[in-house]
Design a protein around this ligand. Structure first.
Ligand code: UD1
Ligand code: CA
Length: 453
């Protein structure tokens, strides 16, 4: 059976009170609509349609990576009208699956079950303790679905029904086309309701088969920022549980967030308030201290990251120790067993095996050799006000504290730089270079005293 999937995303999302279209608000670092398109794409439909209205250009731009056909619904006349906009492009022998752009966590498993139908109309419903706001599923005495009544059109007895329409359905295209053309908008909201196709199906003798999602959150819509935050927490909890099942210790799963894709080894230890963003890979036995943010980074086995570090776009090899309070910026590569200590910033640099940059330093646009010791307060002056320049530091160099290395400059292997130097010229291998003036002493120095007033 061939499938066309229509994702409805034309509504304004007034309750978000946002200039950003609702479906572009992020959940775990990915927009709502991308969550839906990811699930939909995994079903391998023949074609995926996105019905847009408000914020169309933004929505198109944000979803340009997907193989989507965009369909405009310029005025929002209801969910039935929205689906109708895509129908001219859909062949009669397809089944049409309708999804909502603001129901982000729908699972592939649920969609697959509904996709197995051939003739019947499939409808995803749930029973809710508090069904208010939703369309109610009206059944016959022998439990056959009869129709859906929207909250605003419901009388007291219908409002008591707890089974509600999630909005997600699957219908043979040829029948849907007929039924949509028969829709009327003589209801409380003056809209063309997609839900009215249910009673048309019943009249035509087509079976309506209902499905239940595995979890309620799967069909939870996002209408405001409170619901968005609730789904975010749910999603984060799911991810945290999955990680713990895979051998990661989380000191507190409620204080841990992943916004992106994460690959992990075994026996990791992650302390509280850690945020992992983008593509992050963590090897075996990696330890991450409290309050670290790690984005798009590869971190090998046995790396220890102490509290309060920010690491982005870096590759960190095995056995490194970073932090506390270190910042590792993009295009940095730390080889095995490098130590980077507190208040150290490293940008676009490579540091070879076993080198130590332990305190209060800036290393940028540099190549640092192995077994190098960079003393406290060392600065690579990589920027001359117009251009960036490189600093090259050979193996086993020792750089004394409070040194400025004015790039471009090269320090040969085994060289020593005296503390407090400003190095502006290359230093040959094995040399000692220092630029400070000789120390002098004036005996019995009298400090100035305050004049009487
Ligand atoms: C709809 C269902 C209701 C169901 C509820 C589940 C109808 C008539 N009612 O109600 O039975 O319980 O969803 O959440 O279908 N949209 C468009 N164009 C439009 C109108 C809506 O694209 O003209 C999109 C919205 O952006 C949204 C989705 O369709 O993604 C649902 O629209 P919404 O107005 O939220 O429907 P409800 O009134 O909540
Ligand atoms: Ca809604």
């Amino acid at each position: 059976m061939k499938h066309s999937i229509i994702v409805l995303a034309a509504g304004q999302g007034t309750r978000m009170r946002s200039d950003l279209p609702k479906v572009l608000h992020p959940l775990a670092g990915k927009s709502l609509i991308e969550h839906v398109l990811d699930a939909a794409s995994q079903l391998l439909p023949e074609q995926l349609y996105l019905v847009y209205g408000h914020g169309g250009e933004q929505v198109k731009q944000a979803t340009s990576a997907y193989a989507v056909r965009y369909v405009e619904q310029s005025t929002q006349l209801g969910t039935g009208h929205a689906v109708m906009q895509a129908m001219p492009q859909i062949p009669d022998d397809h089944r049409v699956m309708v999804l909502y752009g603001d129901v982000p966590l729908i699972s592939l498993h649920t969609l697959q079950q509904m996709a197995q139908l051939s003739d019947a109309l499939g409808l995803l419903t749930v029973k809710l303790e508090n069904p208010s706001g939703y369309g109610r599923i009206v059944r016959t005495l022998d439990d056959q679905v009869l129709r859906i009544v929207e909250e605003k059109d419901a009388d007291i007895s219908i409002k008591k029904i707890k089974e509600v329409n999630t909005g997600i359905m699957s219908v043979p295209a040829a029948l849907l086309r007929q039924w949509l053309s028969a829709l009327k908008n003589d209801n409380a909201q003056g809209e063309y309701y997609l839900t009215d196709v249910i009673s048309l199906a019943v009249q035509a003798g087509i079976k309506v088969q209902t499905f239940t999602p595995t979890t309620l959150e799967e069909v939870q819509g996002v209408n405001d920022r409170i619901q968005l935050a609730e789904l975010e927490r749910y999603y984060q909890r799911q991810q945290a549980h999955e990680l713990m099942r895979n051998g990661v210790t989380l000191r507190d799963p409620a204080r841990f967030d992943v916004r992106g894709s994460l690959e992990t080894g075994r026996d990791l230890l992650i302390d509280i308030n850690v945020l992992l963003e983008g593509r992050v890979k963590l090897g075996n036995r990696v330890k991450i201290g409290a309050n670290c943010v790690i984005r798009n980074a590869q971190i090998a086995d046995d790396v220890e990251i102490l509290p309060n570090c920010v690491i982005e776009g870096a590759t960190i090899e095995s056995g490194c120790r970073i932090g506390p309070f270190a910042r590792i910026r993009p295009e940095t590569h730390l080889a095995a067993k490098v130590h980077v200590g507190n208040f150290v910033e490293i940008k676009q640099s490579t540091v070879a095996q076993g080198s130590k940059i332990n305190h209060l330093s800036y290393v940028g646009d540099s190549e640092v050799g192995s077994q190098v010791n960079i003393g406290a307060g060392t600065i690579t002056c990589n920027y001359d006000g117009a251009n960036k320049h490189k600093t090259l530091i050979g193996d086993q160099v020792f750089i004394g504290s409070n040194t400025q290395l004015v790039a471009p400059v090269e320090i040969g292997a085994g060289a020593t730089i005296g503390a407090g130097s400003t190095i502006t010229r290359n230093v040959a291998p094995g040399d000692l270079a220092l630029t400070r003036s000789p120390q002098k002493s004036i005996p019995n120095w009298q400090r100035p005293v305050k004049k009487p007033k």
